[in-house]
Every structure is written in structure tokens, then in C-alpha cells.
Design a protein around this ligand. Structure first.
Ligand code: F0G
Length: 355
């Protein structure tokens, strides 16, 4: 049986590593591509969900972090730093621990989900809560990395993009070719840049016969690329993508334009509806930001913009357990809380309660 060795070993010949690179891995990559029965029915095509919550720290960031941390170690780094809305810090903290490197993270004041914070705490990172938003954090992290001997592991680090491009390789390796459309959320815009790089490399080398249209979705209150200008006070319940000055802006617009794709906005209501669709119909539990790609597809389908018969892959970027309050809130609806039904330990009563 084939044992998955982590994405650097699996894609070694397509990544900038050598025999001298100490591979820092927690077994990331090789995530499931799950058929979404109800979405497929809706668009009269084949919709598959790339479930990135199945990575070691439960988000897609691990793909970039195995590369960034391996190269940091190769270069003798003793400290890494990142700005984060939560997932990058969780991933950096875990991989720094595996590498034996110290990790400092800058997170925005009060806007980071508890699951993510608990990961950074558990892995022993130095957590600095900045009086500002993600964009302020990234500014400071960049300055620190210029002035001090610390390695920046945000997606402005090109090794992060290299690692994350393997998501596209895996899709093609499973499907046998690129899909017609690849949809995903856009925040700092590293991931759409990385997927596009992966798809174009496979197409250029003839592993795939084509590239997909890249469909990126920002939260309406944090949609600088859609608006065409930075947003100074981004707001959305999808805290992971609450970003107004995306670092990989040009990478994202190149992916959109070169692929014949789109980058559009979805409202928080649409994001939560997609979150609920994924968990209640497809059986896939994600954090709110991760549902933006599905929200975008649902909106496009409603507008009659999805041709039937297409293969559509949607990356869902992080696990639902990262930020579970939304599931409870959505299920509770107007009542505001989810109370379990209390029963006596008696089979007949329990059977009646199930109905
Ligand atoms: N989905 C999730 C769950 C994320 O955590 C992020 C980014 C994105 C989507 C957007 O990806 O930035 O490559 O466009 N999270 C970063 C962080 C900003 O700090 O964890 P992107």
C-alpha cells in the first residue's frame, strides 16, 4: 500500500528542495476530494470538494508551511514570524515546533477564532495581539523580518506559494485532468495565486491538457479586489478573510484574467447559508470563510451563469472545529441556543424522542 509521505516527498521534483533541505513535515497534503451530491444536482454537473480541513493543523496553510519551515531551517533560521487571522499562526506554531524553531505570531485584536488561538498556544508560540487588523499585523511582521534575523512565513514568502500549488497537482492527479472551474475563498490572495501556479505548471508539462477558470470569492465587507481599491476597515464574520490590503493582489488578478475566471463578493448571509448547505446536506464541516467558494457557486448558479455538464472543484480551506460557534448559532436560529433533548436512560423513551 502507498503510504503518504507529506507533500514535499510526494512532489519533490516539482518543488525547490534539494538533498540538503531538512524536510519539516507533519504529513500534510493528500486531502480528500469529496463528491458533493446536492451541489452537483443543483448545477447539473460534477462538483467536488477539496477538504483542506483534513490537513494536520486543519487548514490549507500546512501545505505552504511545510515548505516555508523546511527552507527556514535549511537557511539556519532560529525564529520565524507571521501575521495571521488565525490559521497561519496555528500552522506556523505547529511546524516551528516540529522544526525546533521559535515562533512569534501577530494576530489582530479580538478577531481570531478560539480554535486557532488554542492551537498557537498549545504549540508554544509567542502570541502578540496587535491593536489593529490583519493588514496592520502583516505590515509589522514585514518590518520585523527586514530589521531582525527572523524569517517571515506569510504567503509573501515564495516558498509558501510553492507548497500550496500542490493542491492543484492533487486535483489533477485524482481527476486525470484539470476541472472546468476551480472555486475558492480569497483573503490575502496567496492561495488563488498558488493554485493557478500549480495548474499552469501541470498544463505546461502536459500532465493536464488544460487549466480551469479560477473563481475567487471575497467577503462583501472585505472585497478590495472586487472593488478595485484597498479597504481600510474590512468587516466580515468570516474572520479568516477579513483583509483589506491583500499581499498577493496582482497574483490574484493574474489568475482571474489569465484563466478567464472571476473574483466576486459574497455577503456574510450567503457565506453562512453555504456553510449550512455544506454541513447539513453534503456532510462537510467548515469554518465560515471556507464556505465562500460554495457561496459563490450557489450565487452563480442562481444567476444562471453555470453551464451544465461541467466539472467544478471547490477548495474548502479550514475545518469547522476551528470556529464552531457558527454551527450552534445557525442551528439555534431565532431561539438563540441549542438545548439537547433530555431523556431517561430507557430505550422506549429514547425511541419516542427520536421519532
Ligand atoms: N480560508 C481560510 C480558512 C483562511 O484562513 C484564509 C487565510 C483564506 C481562506 C484565504 O486564503 O489568504 O491565501 O487568500 N488566512 C490567513 C491566515 C490570512 O492568517 O490564516 P488567502
Amino acid at each position: 500500500a502507498h503510504v503518504w509521505r507529506g507533500l514535499i516527498e510526494e512532489y519533490r521534483d516539482r518543488l525547490p528542495v534539494t538533498e540538503a533541505t531538512p524536510v519539516v513535515t507533519l504529513g500534510e497534503g493528500g486531502t480528500p476530494l469529496v463528491p458533493a451530491r446536492h451541489l452537483s444536482e443543483l448545477v447539473r454537473g460534477r462538483v467536488l470538494i477539496k477538504v483542506e480541513g483534513c490537513n494536520p493543523t486543519a487548514s490549507f496553510k500546512d501545505r505552504g508551511m511545510t515548505m516555508a519551515m523546511s527552507k527556514a531551517k535549511e537557511n539556519g533560521a532560529e525564529v520565524v514570524i507571521c501575521a495571521s487571522t488565525g490559521n497561519t499562526s496555528a500552522s506556523a506554531a505547529a511546524y516551528a515546533t516540529a522544526a525546533g524553531i521559535r515562533c512569534a505570531v501577530l494576530v489582530p485584536d479580538g478577531k481570531i477564532a478560539m480554535g486557532k488561538l488554542s492551537q498557537a498556544v498549545a504549540h508554544g508560540a509567542t502570541i502578540l495581539q496587535v491593536d489593529g487588523n490583519f493588514d496592520d499585523c502583516l505590515n509589522q511582521a514585514r518590518k520585523l523580518a527586514e530589521a531582525y534575523p527572523v524569517e517571515l512565513v506569510n504567503s509573501v514568502n515564495p516558498y509558501r506559494i510553492e507548497g500550496q500549488k500542490t493542491g492543484a497537482f492533487e486535483v489533477v492527479d485524482v481527476l486525470g485532468d484539470a476541472p472546468d472551474i476551480h472555486a475558492l475563498p480569497v483573503g490575502n490572495a496567496g492561495n488563488i495565486t498558488a493554485y493557478w501556479k500549480g495548474y499552469t505548471e501541470y498544463a505546461k508539462d502536459g500532465v493536464a491538457s488544460r487549466t480551469p477558470a479560477m473563481w475567487g470569492f471575497q467577503a462583501a465587507g472585505a472585497a478590495p479586489i472586487v472593488k478595485g481599491h484597498p479597504v481600510d476597515e474590512p468587516e466580515t464574520i468570516a474572520t479568516a478573510i477579513r483583509i483589506g490590503h491583500p499581499a498577493s493582489w496582482t497574483g490574484a488578478t493574474a489568475a482571474r484574467d489569465d484563466s478567464g475566471g472571476r473574483i466576486e463578493a459574497v455577503t456574510d448571509e450567503q457565506i453562512l447559508a453555504a456553510h449550512r448547505w455544506l454541513s447539513a446536506r453534503e456532510g462537510v464541516f467548515v469554518e465560515p470563510a471556507s464556505a465562500a467558494g460554495v457561496a459563490g457557486l450557489l450565487a452563480a448558479a442562481e444567476a444562471g451563469e453555470v453551464e451544465p455538464g461541467q466539472t467544478i472543484v471547490i477548495t474548502v480551506t479550514g475545518h469547522g472545529l476551528k470556529d464552531p460557534q457558527w454551527a450552534l448559532q445557525l442551528a439555534a436560529g431565532a431561539e438563540g441556543s441549542v438545548e439537547p433533548v433530555r431523556v431517561q436512560p430507557d430505550a422506549v423513551t429514547i425511541a419516542r424522542a427520536i421519532g
